[in-house]
Design a protein around this ligand. Structure first.
Ligand SMILES: *[C@@H]1O[C@H](CO)[C@@H](O)[C@H](O)[C@H]1NC(C)=O
Ligand SMILES: CC(=O)N[C@H]1CO[C@H](CO)[C@@H](O)[C@@H]1O
Length: 739
């Protein structure tokens, strides 16, 4: 940064050889960021910058002892007419102009059956806004964990200091209840660079253990050990792959976390060993509220060591939640987090084994007796911080302590898996989140897509929505459609509330069972692709789920699409989210792209909207190759990447025990299936540059049809035989297609 120009009113700094400039005026205070002389962002363009100083008054005499402490600022984003982000809201991906109603609110709340198309705060908050126009993606990160409101105003005219131009602009006004102004502008310019800039500030997506990308079966509640075993056996009986079965609050002894119901779960370790024999895991719930029970040692320990949040009088705060009267662990304290982490030790947590993983629920926190079902803002945390100052971070800190607990339990060797309902900027470092208490109807299925896209844009790449809808009973068609949509979202879990009917995939007749089996099997076939995408998220911050504009940043027609999206750089996914329809419309971007329908192998040119017929089996998945490497080109090449490691430990990080291969021809493979070949080949020869091995990602672990010899193998192929990616050839390979 160097000073380029100084006048009596302003000073101009520049960097990147003068390409970028920062201009600061002192009165009125303004701050402009320019790229090649063009203003991108103006800070305080409407003079809304505001801050109040903390005051110190005796706590008991007033409702906000630090006095009014709000902060606010406005920014003008020049040339932008599309802004996104600010999860979590049950709304479209593109943020709306708020002049016609409420501002977007960021305040973590437990909202059962949350209203749709609302700017109300939900379970988690990420104060990151992403703006996009054809030549730039830009981010505004407002780092504050108190209740925050954001107003957005789109306009067609741009008013700068010196001119009025017929260019769009977006004005954004941020307001937080307390804190300091800590606002970062991320300049991109590409979506990829923006993701990386944001990850440098808040962290990269944790690489999940491979099993966590499989299918999860949950219910409130599987009632006892026999029930768990019978559901587990049901998956085998119906040849439906799955990896994890989940237990909700009823598995405990009276909602005391870290205990087991002695009648229904008398032998939890044996149950986990039973599952582990099939390489399956158990996830149990662990919430932040602790039953007030002086005869329970864990409660007494937390109380005596000062691990609970206090009320404004300095007594231990009490509120009601699942166990009845409860106190809440103060996860903002590092001592409390360390203590809580140790509770997951295998010696301390009786009945747990290394194949038990964790789910943090109700951590907004949910307080049934509190204002808006959460903790009063004047509750007091360690260091005398009021709850209002860190409310949106409470769940993040529980997630952090749980993750720490699982890592420590394994001596630092094994990757944790922890799902959290509440989250904040940076939760991607910890694990997965989901969209909370949704409802079994088509509207909630539809909104799940923009909700997970919005999380993905804000760094939280490992996210999903409960399959089928948590509340109420889905009709079979909805259930099938939901499985199809969710199989193309990162976190894939079926879950249902206690008052709903059972809905394991085989309870609705053969047609439904078969449709669900197909889609879960397809998910497993794509696991190597998912895993590779998570490796990318982990190392380069590109999320697996990408709004179309992330891959096609210059195509304005994609900017408001949120019903379909890219899954990695190669697949376009368009789930069916309406009942009884015969066809869906899909925008295939890129006028020089070639798209292949993965089910029919039909070829389409990009740059148009396509109507595709759908049946109950259809979820549209289209495969794309960039023009310079599609198989229809004379070169007949394409490329792709594959990441593999042991799937569960940190050895990929500590000992670099992984395999990352680029295929110079990597299309969609089953045995060997290659799209885009004009005529039916008689054989395909695989030449490998080193001795390759075959890895099967299917549960049966079948060997390949023909073993490799001399680094080559030959397959008879039919021109098109399905899209299951079954055998992954590890090693640098060249496929020769014999015409
Ligand atoms: C479901 O859980 C709620 C909350 O604990 C309880 O009040 C209700 O009785 C339960 N219903 C059934 C059918 O178990
Ligand atoms: C002082 C203050 O409260 N500013 C904060 C806004 O919130 C973030 C996240 O808690 C803090 O890191 C900032 O310091």
């Amino acid at each position: 940064l160097r000073v380029e120009k100084q006048t009596k009113d302003s000073v101009t700094f520049s960097w990147s050889f003068g390409r970028y400039q920062l201009r600061v005026w002192h009165s009125p205070f303004r701050l402009e960021i320019l790229c090649e002389q063009e203003v991108m962002v103006t800070f305080n363009s409407k003079d809304k910058l505001w801050f109040e100083r903390l005051q110190h008054r005796p706590r008991a005499t007033c409702c906000a002892p630090s006095g009014p402490s709000s902060i606010g600022a406005d920014l003008c984003l020049h040339g932008f007419r599309h802004v996104y982000g600010l999860p979590q809201h049950a709304d479209n991906l593109q943020l709306r102009d708020t002049r016609d109603g409420e501002p977007y609110r960021l305040y973590n709340l437990d909202v059962f059956a949350y209203p749709l198309y609302s700017r109300l705060g939900l379970y988690g908050s990420v104060p990151l806004m992403v703006a996009h126009k054809p030549d730039r993606t830009l981010g505004v990160f407002w780092l504050n964990a108190s209740e925050t409101f954001i107003n957005i105003q789109y306009s067609d005219h741009q008013v700068t200091f010196v001119s009025v131009r017929a260019d769009p602009q977006t004005d954004v006004h941020w307001l937080s209840e307390s804190g300091m102004i800590d606002c970062m502008v991320l300049l991109g310019p590409s979506p990829q660079q923006l993701f990386a800039q944001y990850a440098q500030l808040t962290g990269y997506q944790a690489l999940p253990p491979l099993f966590a990308l499989g299918y999860h079966q949950c219910r409130w509640n599987y009632i006892d050990e026999a029930d768990v075993k019978s559901v587990d056996a049901g998956f085998d009986r119906h040849s439906i792959p799955y990896d994890v079965i989940w237990l909700d609050i009823e598995h405990t002894d009276g909602k005391r976390y870290f205990t087991w119901d002695p009648v229904h779960f008398p032998e939890p370790a044996k149950l986990q060993q039973h599952l582990e024999k099939k390489n399956r895991k158990l996830v149990i719930i662990s919430d932040p509220h602790i039953k007030v029970d002086p005869s329970w040692s864990l409660y007494c320990e937390a109380r005596d060591r000062g691990h609970f949040v206090k009320d404004r009088e300095g007594q231990i705060f009490k509120g009601s939640c699942w166990p009845g009267e409860s106190s809440y662990l103060d996860f903002s304290s590092s001592a409390t987090r360390a203590w809580y982490s140790r509770c997951f030790g295998l010696d301390k947590y009786k009945g747990s084994t290394p194949s038990l993983f964790v789910w943090n629920d109700m951590n907004e926190p949910s307080v049934f007796s509190g204002p808006e079902l959460t903790m009063p803002k004047d509750a007091v945390h360690c260091g005398d911080w009021e709850h209002r100052d860190l409310h949106n971070l409470y769940g993040f800190y529980q997630h952090m302590a749980t993750v720490e607990g699982l890592i420590t339990r394994s001596g630092g060797l094994e990757r944790p898996f922890v799902l959290s309902r509440s989250f904040f900027a940076g939760s991607q470092r910890l694990g997965a989140v989901w969209t909370g208490d949704n409802v079994a109807n088509w509207e909630y299925l539809k909104i799940s897509v923009p909700m997970v896209l919005s999380l993905s844009l804000a760094g939280i790449a490992f996210c999903g929505a409960d399959v089928g809808g948590f509340i109420q009973d889905p009709e079979p068609e909805l259930l099938v459609r939901w499985y199809q949509a969710a199989a193309l979202q990162p976190f894939f879990r079926g879950h249902s509330a206690n008052v709903t009917n059972r809905r394991e995939p085989w309870l609705f007749g053969d047609e439904v069972t078969a449709a669900i089996r197909t889609v879960i099997q397809q998910r497993y076939s794509l696991l190597p692709y998912w895993y590779t995408l998570f490796h990318q998220a982990h190392t380069s911050a590109l999320p697996p789920l990408r709004p179309l504009w992330v891959e096609f940043p210059e195509e304005e027609s994609t900017f408001s699409v949120d019903s379909h999206y890219m899954l990695g750089g190669a697949l376009l996914a368009c789930p069916v989210t309406e009942p009884g329809i015969q066809e869906i419309k899909v925008l295939l971007p890129g006028s020089d792209e070639i798209w292949y329908d993965i089910h029919s192998a039909l070829v389409y040119k990009g740059g148009r909207t396509l109507s595709l017929p759908v049946t109950l089996d259809t979820v549209s998945l289209d495969d794309n190759f960039t023009p310079n490497c599609n198989l229809l080109s004379p070169q007949g090449t394409a490329d792709g990447e594959l990441y593999l490691d042991d799937g569960h430990s940190f050895r990929y990080r500590d000992r670099k025990a992984f395999c990352l291969r680029t295929f110079d021809c990597n299309t969609v493979i089953q045995s060997v299936t290659i799209l885009g070949v004009k005529s039916k080949p008689s054989a395909v020869i695989v030449h490998a540059s080193e001795t390759p091995t075959y890895t099967s990602m299917t549960p049966e672990n079948k060997p390949p049809k023909q073993p490799l010899s001399n680094n080559t193998c030959s397959y008879c192929v039919s021109c098109y035989s399905g899209w299951l990616l079954r055998y992954i050839c590890v090693g640098m390979c060249v496929f020769n297609i014999s015409k």
